[in-house]
Design a protein around this ligand. Structure first.
Ligand SMILES: *Cc1c(COP(=O)(O)O)cnc(C)c1O
Length: 377
């Protein structure tokens, strides 16, 4: 089936008890057992819930995976994945990653004696060089938040296969519409469903997608044990959101490409980061492993005074954390989404105080460009 057909139908059938087209929200914590051990596969909502199950089948189909598990947030999905490891294990991580993932690894999971090596994963040899005998997991984000660096999923997957490591790819920025890491050899795909999958800035959620039965056993056990499940209501809301993913992503991509071109030709801008620009260092790789370039653009202005003015002058782009919603947002990574990364490390990575990140929404392009133009003036 095509992507949108799956997005609208996969996992869903008219409800057998009423023939309702839209799956009901099963707001129940527990389920009747006709006799001991005799039930319909559901006993308690922390273990499984019918609405969450439908959502999980749907997202697994879109990511071309066998299984999906839905969590209460993106970071809780990542937490569950790292909770399948044990003290002493080592993890290799892309150095430019979402600030909350960095905080979870550095300030929480490190206390459980997991160790992390952060590498520039745009160079495959850096990943290979960091492998030790205790390494169990390679965790990459591509494109990265906020610098939009691209790592070669297929090449890294080959190293992981050879060394018997699990490769997890945070696919939040691309969504399954533009990139399918499992098809490129990754073992686990991660989504912050809070972003594009949800798409309307009204729910928090996270998803893991994978093929292996062994991972299904481990991850569903961890999920049930730590309890970070997506609620039935949010599962339903996310199922509804995903139906329009393709049309939203096409429009995010279109608007962002045009805005990136506009920024590139503007004298007030020092540098533009967008994988769809031929000046992007991994442009060729981006074209090879992605089917679109997404809706996030980062750029550098000349000084912090200019940044502050720009942020307060914008009228449609709203200053806020998060991304991927239908409405355009603007963020200052150094003080907002990436504030938990120490300043010295931020500067080394290139997340300067003059960096601004746009989450380009699906409003009319002309209005968005006029807004940026007037704010720069
Ligand atoms: C937001 C985000 C996360 C964390 O997701 P939450 O739903 O906020 O917990 C993880 N990875 C990326 C790339 C993100 O943008």
């Amino acid at each position: 089936m095509g992507f949108s057909t799956d997005a609208i139908h996969a996992g869903q059938h008219p409800d057998p008890s009423t023939n309702a087209i839209i799956p009901p929200i099963h707001l129940t914590t527990t389920f009747y057992q006709e006799e001991i051990g005799k039930h319909k596969g559901y006993v308690y909502t922390r273990s499984a819930n019918p609405t969450r199950d439908i959502l999980q089948k749907n997202i697994a189909a879109l990511e071309k995976g066998s299984y999906a598990l839905a969590f209460s947030s993106g970071v809780s999905a990542i937490h569950a994945l790292t909770s399948t490891l044990k003290a002493g294990d080592h993890i290799i991580v892309s150095e430019d990653i979402y600030g909350g993932t960095f905080r979870l690894f550095e300030q929480v999971m490190k206390n459980f004696e997991l160790s992390f090596t952060f590498v520039d994963s745009t160079k495959v040899e850096n990943v290979e060089a960091a492998v030790r005998s205790e390494t169990k997991l390679v965790f990459i984000e591509t494109p990265t938040n906020p610098l939009l660096l691209i790592s070669d999923i297929k090449a890294i997957a080959e190293i992981c296969k050879e060394k018997n490591l699990i490769l997890a790819v945070d696919n939040t920025f691309m969504t399954p519409y533009f990139q399918n890491p499992l098809e490129l050899g990754a073992d686990v795909v991660i989504h912050s469903a809070t972003k594009y999958l949800g798409g309307h800035s009204d729910l928090l959620g996270g998803v893991l997608v994978f093929n292996s039965d062994e991972l299904l056993n481990k991850l569903s056990f961890v999920q049930k044990s730590i309890g970070s499940v997506l609620s039935p209501f949010d599962s339903w809301l996310l199922l509804r959101s995903v139906k329009t993913l393709a049309v939203r992503m096409d429009r995010h991509n279109y608007n962002a490409s045009k805005i990136a071109d506009f920024l590139l030709n503007n004298n007030s801008i020092k540098k533009v980061y967008y994988p769809g620009l031929s000046s992007h260092p991994q442009y060729e790789l981006a074209k090879k492993q992605m089917r679109g370039f997404g809706g996030i653009i980062s750029f550098e202005l000349h000084d912090f005074k200019q940044v502050k003015k720009f942020l307060t002058n914008l009228k449609i782009f709203t200053l806020a954390e998060s991304l991927g919603g239908v409405e355009s947002l603007v963020c200052h990574p150094a003080t907002m989404t990436h504030a938990s990364i120490p300043k010295e490390r931020r500067e080394k990575l290139g997340i300067s105080d003059n960096l601004v990140r746009l989450s380009v929404g699906i409003e009319d392009l002309e209005d968005l460009i006029l807004d940026i133009e007037q704010a720069l003036k």
